[in-house]
Design a protein around this ligand. Structure first.
Ligand SMILES: O=C(O)CCC(=O)C(=O)O
Ligand SMILES: [Fe+2]
Length: 425
């Protein structure tokens, strides 16, 4: 135990040392960090709230979604270290017992923003207007189409992806089985204050003044420990399904990453980590959005980008996911049968030197239908050094390890990309 603490301390000291490499002068950076991260700030104007939300969006993926497959322990330690300075209070972890709620509590009533007025939340599922591309992975031009979608949207839908239908059906079934458990059973697998896996609210929760209409369950590596707490005698089905889903998604993520890296012109050496199981980072996040008595005033999942290189998401046939596009506002991502949603995350944004967007997305809720989604997050190993892979212009970001990036996000919440942006003359 003591050795463990010593190791954590040494790691922390090393990281602090690494942090002195920032190109932004430390004093200036600290000021920016403080400005960006005021967890319990009150928001006097709607604009201020919106700005805060937009600056907070970048944390979500980093905090929740990374996993070093063969080194769960190291991963959990890293995340715990990152969270230790911002431990969460229980009320930011324990979801509301949505099954007993008939009216929207004030704690979950979000102010409407100008964006929503423009886009009209009521119409978020209408069929007119732009939508993210649907790409057929069997299309001979799939690589080019994916490249274009990443540049223009930072997201696309993928069909003929090769994931067997039964894998998707089973993961959806198990997610439903989990979230439909009585609340006291789910709470047995509650995430701890500095923990990364298990049941709980979205980890970005403390950075928004209102709570989200959402329950989540995070898996990093094997889900058995957490599953046993909820189903002491019947956990194997859940674990096997999640393992299977993770394996299938990993193969698809590797394939997409290879295609994208080829498009960028990345060398074989630079992409050597892709097939080096077991060192990469991966995680599964199960999301549940119960029916809401006042969906127009609630928020399923607040705006954020994922920190991953890629996120692959299966959603049940219920609308709610939206992607922000300049000029178009919040664009709905309608579920299509057997089609997966792919988001590009912060890491791909950095590696592509901003050529590919990281999609800002959020989830709206529904008055009539429950929504479920199962996100798979994929990225390079924790010690992988992130810096633009192919340069046609000056690098826009300084180099840093995945681990350090996660640390910056955990400390600062929003604006992590801005904090690592090189100051251009
Ligand atoms: O539920 C969804 O569609 C999106 C979930 C998501 O963005 C996430 O888990 O990071
Ligand atoms: Fe996300």
């Amino acid at each position: 135990m003591c050795q463990l603490r010593e190791k954590e301390k040494t790691n922390r000291q090393l990281r602090e040392k690494e942090n002195t490499n920032f190109l932004i002068p430390v004093v200036k950076r600290k000021k920016r960090e403080r400005e960006l991260a005021q967890p319990h700030a009150t928001f006097s104007t709607r604009k201020e709230l919106k700005m805060k939300q937009e600056s907070a969006f970048t944390i979500y993926g980093a905090n929740q979604h990374f996993h070093l497959a063969s080194c769960n322990f190291e991963m959990a330690t890293t995340l715990s270290e990152a969270y230790r300075d911002n431990p969460l209070h229980l009320h930011h972890i324990i979801p509301l017992d949505f099954s007993s709620i008939r009216t929207l509590p004030d704690s979950h009533a979000w102010p409407q923003s100008e964006d929503d007025d423009d886009n009209n939340k009521d119409n978020y599922d209408n069929d007119d207007g732009p939508c993210i591309p649907i790409i057929d992975l069997m299309d001979p031009n799939a690589i080019e189409l994916i490249g274009l979608a990443c540049e223009q949207w930072g997201a696309f839908q993928l069909k003929n992806h090769g994931i067997p239908l039964n894998v998707m059906e089973e993961v959806e079934e198990e997610a439903k089985r989990l979230f439909n458990l009585p609340v006291n059973r789910k709470l047995k697998a509650l995430r701890s204050g500095g923990g990364a896996t298990g049941y709980g609210r979205a980890r970005i929760s403390p950075f928004f003044p209102k709570h989200m209409w959402h329950e989540g369950f995070t898996i990093m590596g094997s889900s058995c420990d957490d599953a046993k707490k909820m189903w002491p005698n019947d956990y194997a089905r859940f674990c096997n399904t999640m393992d299977n889903y993770q394996n299938q998604m990993k193969m698809l993520a590797e394939k997409l990453t290879n295609m994208i890296f080829n498009l960028l012109g990345v060398s074989e050496e630079q992409k050597a980590w892709i097939n080096t199981f077991p060192q990469l980072c991966e995680a599964v996040q199960l999301n549940f959005y119960p029916c809401c008595p006042e969906p127009n005033r609630a928020m399923g999942l607040a705006p954020h980008t994922d920190t991953s290189l890629l996120t692959i998401l299966h959603q049940n046939q219920t609308n709610g996911l939206q992607i922000f596009k300049e000029g178009a506002g919040w664009v709905p991502v309608h579920p299509h049968p057997h089609t997966l949603v792919v988001h590009t995350g912060d890491i791909l944004h950095i590696l592509s030197n901003s050529r590919f967007r990281c999609a800002l997305h959020r989830v709206m809720v529904n008055g009539l239908r429950q929504r479920y989604s199962m996100a798979y997050f994929y990225g390079p190993p924790m010690d992988y050094v992130l810096s633009p892979l192919v340069l046609h212009s000056l690098p826009l970001f300084r180099s840093l390890s995945v681990k350090e990036y996660i640390g910056i996000k955990a400390k600062n919440l929003g604006g992590a990309l801005n904090l690592i942006r090189m100051l251009q003359n």
